[in-house]
Design a protein around this ligand. Sequence first.
Ligand SMILES: [Zn+2]
Length: 185
Amino acid sequence: MKLKDIYSQEFINKLNNLNVGANLNSDDEVNGVIDIETILKDLKFNFIKDNRLSGSGRIEGKSIYIDNSEILARQRFSMAHELGHAMQNNRHANRNDDSTDYNNEERKDEVFANTFAAQFLMPKKLVMSTINNIIRNNNMDRSHLNDLQVQQIIKESAIELKVSSGGMKYRMKNLEIFVPVKNGK
Ligand SMILES: [Zn+2]
């Protein structure tokens, strides 16, 4: 699967418009997981790992700061989150855990950045193909998945896509994957 199979060309063009010299190639192979760090570099962001940040991440102009004392899945989410701010033309934002620190405008930006990050790291096509592989490899019956199997699929796909299990669960809910079929329908 290539980047252009996962994201629209229009979206990739928008990404390439963020910084002068950005050259993200839509023909790049994805290899089963979104390589957010390489993507940020291709988009000509300066990528700075710093364990003395007051939040999980920050964007200042072309520089994206990530707290590298946090677990990898969280760092990756922070990277995509800051990219989300850049897409909104917001080049000065902090990612902070305490939502009371934000005013209304900032809160809206935070919701956007979080939604963007989830969609960016867990694009539908990639999620579907990951899930299909797990179902196939474990000889599961896709039309009769029990709760335990669904839990297993969430856990394994989160590991594959290098995101948190909670994030994957939420994303699957949004994509309406594993919505139980009601009896008689
Ligand atoms: Zn933010």
